[in-house]
Design a protein around this ligand. Structure first.
Ligand SMILES: Cc1cc2nc3c(=O)[nH]c(=O)nc-3n(C[C@H](O)[C@H](O)[C@H](O)COP(=O)(O)OP(=O)(O)OC[C@H]3O[C@@H](n4cnc5c(N)ncnc54)[C@H](O)[C@@H]3O)c2cc1C
Ligand code: FES
Ligand code: FES
Length: 479
């Protein structure tokens, strides 16, 4: 069934919007049409968290709560979901939600402007975790900026939640919401509105049919990159195909040779899955934007964006990942090594989409990855480095090294790899390998870092990697 209306659940009933504007943000709708002004606008680019709302979706017949940035979410993507705003946390009887109570009791509400966003991030934490340890709390509010007094009262409020009953009015009402969500989550969307087109297919076959007639359409996955062209550059996108509505592409498979990640799988899911295989990959993902970003953003979007500072890209290059592309007729599998052409340009052709990404499993290798950014949380890399080493009898046998932030595209460090391959890692070899990075890269200076700084960081990360594996007694003579 295809519809030009979107339907979502809000305050225990189904809301319908006829032909919503595909470029309107959810935040705009909430504040100007729902007239709920608790949700604030700070940056309009996903960076401050003031606009955080929670979306509830059905997953295996259960409700999955996600904090998202409403400022970079296009309204039609609300189709089939429940919207929860800060105003909705108060119960019908008028009592504050445990999260709100905690914020009051611990003086967590300071300027008031960013508070609703903090409350919603903590609400999402409350619904998704049973223990509120320090790392869970810090990660949960990593996407919310406080510019005035500090985070301590907010962290104390979050810690106090461990003494509260987990059964809130949302838990009590879950059955009802599940029934409502089931009524609305089974259709595709096609909207033509004032020259703008929006499609949300549910299956790959449907996507292909749409593509046939709309070859110039923009793919929208998490929208954490694409939406900024509307909210920041003030452009409008005339034709959108929403990929994250295709459940078929939301999967992670493992055939013992590689992990395959479907194009619409949110990064937050990859983060928890990949931890077991490549802990450093998960560590980098933990510092990727914020939970609000990772709840929706995808590896496919990261790859297609081809940003030189896209965090997954050097990691995937060093792991020799493949990208599975599809068009109307064929499937093509490319090594990521051959995918990036120049600054933000890839081999993707019109009408071709990323179907999935294959990440090989190097069971006997050592994988290390590092991200250096100005701020620890919610910041883009100045330099990101990944090292995939096969170490045999204390020697580096094979190595794949890739860096982000060092060239116009994420790139392998081929000269450096040559020095390290098949070698016992001595001080002299490390010195030569660091020197080789100067041949591999000529980094530019920009607002994030100077070229000189980038080169120094790249060399130091290489040294750090060697020192760490030496410490584990994986490689031979060094220092
Ligand atoms: C606040 C904030 C913090 C961020 N932090 C980080 C960070 O720490 N590290 C980092 O690397 N990036 C970061 N980003 C950038 C962004 O989140 C990533 O590039 C993200 O991976 C994009 O994925 P997406 O699913 O949101 O893509 P979208 O925005 O939906 O799409 C991005 C591009 O890819 C294309 N595309 C999407 N899906 C497909 C597909 N299946 N096939 C073909 N083309 C497709 C789109 O048409 C578009 O051109 C941040 C962004 C924000 C707003
Ligand atoms: S307004 Fe800053 S993240 Fe949305
Ligand atoms: S509490 Fe709002 S900026 Fe600090």
């Amino acid at each position: 069934m295809t519809s030009s209306n979107i339907e979502f659940v809000y305050q225990n009933r189904i809301f319908k919007i006829n032909k919503p504007d595909s470029n309107e943000t959810l935040l705009n709708y909430i504040r100007t049409r729902l007239k709920k002004t608790g949700t604030k606008e700070g940056c309009a680019e996903g960076g401050c968290g003031a606009c955080t709302v929670v979306i509830a979706e059905l997953k295996n017949n259960e409700i999955n709560y996600k904090a998202i940035n409403s400022c970079i979410t296009f309204l039609p993507t609300l189709q089939g979901k429940q919207l929860i705003l800060v105003e909705d946390l108060i119960s019908k009887e008028g009592s504050l939600h445990p999260v709100q109570e905690a914020m009051v009791n611990y003086h967590g509400s300071q300027c008031g402007f960013c508070t609703p966003g903090f409350v919603m991030s903590l609400f999402s934490m409350f619904k998704n975790h049973s223990r509120f340890k320090d790392d869970v709390i810090k990660d949960s509010i990593a996407g919310n900026l406080c510019r005035c007094t500090g985070y301590q009262p907010i962290i104390k409020a979050a810690k106090s939640l461990k003494n509260k009953s987990k059964i809130d009015h949302f838990t009590k009402n879950e059955k009802n919401i599940i029934n409502l969500l089931k009524k609305i989550n089974n259709r595709s969307i096609t909207i033509y509105n004032k020259g703008k087109k929006y499609f949300a297919p549910r299956y790959v076959q449907e996507l292909k049919k749409i593509l046939k007639k709309n070859i110039d359409a923009n793919f929208l996955s998490g929208g954490t990159d694409l939406s900024l062209s509307v909210t920041k550059e003030r452009k409008y996108i005339s034709s959108i195909i929403y990929m994250n509505s295709i459940n078929e592409l939301n999967y992670i498979k493992n055939n013992q040779k590689y992990i395959e990640v479907g194009a619409s799988t949110p990064l937050i899911e990859l983060e928890s899955y990949i931890k077991k295989y490549y802990p450093d990959f998960a560590k980098i993902l933990k510092r990727y934007g914020s939970p609000q970003i990772r709840n929706v953003a995808t590896v496919a979007g990261n790859i297609a964006t081809a940003s030189p500072i896209g965090d997954c890209l050097p990691l995937l290059l060093s792991l020799n990942a493949q990208v599975v592309l599809q068009d109307l007729k064929k499937t093509k599998i490319l090594f990521l090594d051959n995918f990036f052409i120049s600054y933000r340009k890839t081999k993707l052709k019109k009408g071709q989409f990323v179907h999935s990404i294959r990440i090989p499993l190097f069971k006997d290798n050592t994988f290390k990855a590092y991200k250096v950014s100005k701020r620890f949380d919610d910041d883009i890399s100045s330099v990101c480095a990944a090292f995939n080493l096969e170490i045999v009898k204390n020697r580096i046998q094979n190595v794949r090294i890739a860096y982000g932030g060092m060239a116009a595209t994420p790139k392998r460090a081929i000269y450096c790899e040559k020095i390290l391959s098949n070698s016992l890692v001595t001080e002299e070899i490390i010195h030569k390998a660091k020197k080789a990075l100067e041949k591999d890269f000529k980094p530019i200076s920009d607002m994030r870092a100077s070229g000189l700084y980038r080169m120094e960081v790249a060399k130091n990360l290489l040294e750090k990697c060697c020192a760490e594996i030496k410490k584990k007694k994986l490689i031979g003579v060094y220092f």
